[in-house]
Design a protein around this ligand. Sequence first.
Ligand code: NDP
Ligand code: 2IT
Length: 443
Amino acid sequence: MTYVERVLQDIIRKNPAQDEYIQATTEVLHSIEPVLDAHPEYEANALLERLTEPERIIIFRVPWVDDAGKTHVNRGFRVQYNSAIGPIKGGLRLHPSVNLGIMKFLGFEQIFKNSLTGLPIGGGKGGSDFDPKGKSDREVMAFCQSFMNELYRHIGADVDVPAGDIGVGAREIGYLFGQYKRLTGLYEGVLTGKGLTYGGSLARKEATGYGLVYFASEMLKVKNDSFEGKTVIVSGSGNVAIYAAEKATQFGAKVVAMCDSTGWVYDAEGIDLAAVKEIKEVKRGRIREYLNYRPSAEYHDGKGIWTVKCDVALPCATQNELDLEDAKTLVANGCKLVAEGANMPTTLEATEYLQKNGVNFAPGKAANAGGVATSALEMSQNSMRLSWSFEEVDSKLHDIMKGIHRNAYEAAKAYGFEGNYVVGANIAGFLKVAEAMMAQGVC
Ligand code: NDP
Ligand code: 2IT
């Protein structure tokens, strides 16, 4: 049995019912096998065993009272996965599906993503099974304050710096920041994605989506191609999706479909992003309301966005939203590039099918790293107590995405997998963390 097989077998045995976590570790560990073969000292020092076991996991009760006076209890998580290259960094997700396996898969992926940015940030993730949909602002505030009443003991500007993810945007970060400040008396960059009046960075809101398109552009450039004239599908209609669609449009593409968890819209004329922003960012409404703005568009309930014919697909909603059947449909419709804005939106089988059928494929840990990279830029600005212009941050983000593309491309090539960004991103991300862990001894 190989080293990787042995470690994976242990992971499966010790973590029953953590499917997403097993999926993520399986993909990463298999793809770094060539590096492990070249570095026998990693096995001798139980590096994979240490890397796959989080430094610590905090699970806590989050009681809060709704507007009718009823008390609810949610479960809070923070998985502090790995701090070898910097303080723990990663988002908070508020969604009813949140459980330990999902938190661990996200935290594990974050280690390599953060390493790829080239910035000094370790990996982690957190969140809760609280559902912000349909809650009043006061209820969301009550939840966030209660969540922070426990979390504040475990975080800090040089310890662990949470941010947004699904269900967590500027509103939630504001409530969390206010409560942290109240409990600790510290005004510090303990969270990123903050509002611009209290330490937030310009371009953080746009960063993940813009970064995704910068990365995909580099992939197209390798093939002497560009976004100009491409037909694009963007799944989701949240933070990542909206700004991916915006940048793709700026780069000359036509985005024809977007969705939420209820249904999807198709607009042959190209999605009207001002309408989507008003529905999602202002009204917190459903994507079907798009028809009120563009009656000529189509709305369909349920899944099905991947049946739309496109050149480029950008999954920006959630994990495992693009399965083998969807991959087959995309290939049959002539799709040439899939870049993940979400974390692990493509199943293992679908990824393999796309790659085997000539689709240029970018994994989320490389392609969506612009969000956390810009969070690290927000941390730098907070430490320096100054703020950069939008253009300055955006240009740093663009350079970082080009750098990640180059590193992933070169790492894959060095190990004989040219053009395979999954292998390249995993190897490049892993090497830096592995070296840092080896240098720091058994810990
Ligand atoms: P948001 O909460 O802003 O938006 C999420 C979007 O995805 C919504 O449109 C939501 O629809 C949709 N969605 C969620 N779950 C499902 C589902 N089960 N089926 C279909 N659609 C679904 O989150 P973000 O845009 O921030 O995050 C999207 C993805 O990007 C996540 O995977 C996240 O981990 C990843 N990511 C986010 C980063 C960031 O900076 N925000 C950085 C890197 C990655 P609905 O409203 O109906 O739930
Ligand atoms: O998945 C991710 O990279 C994020 N949700 C962003 C994390 C961050 O710290 O900005």
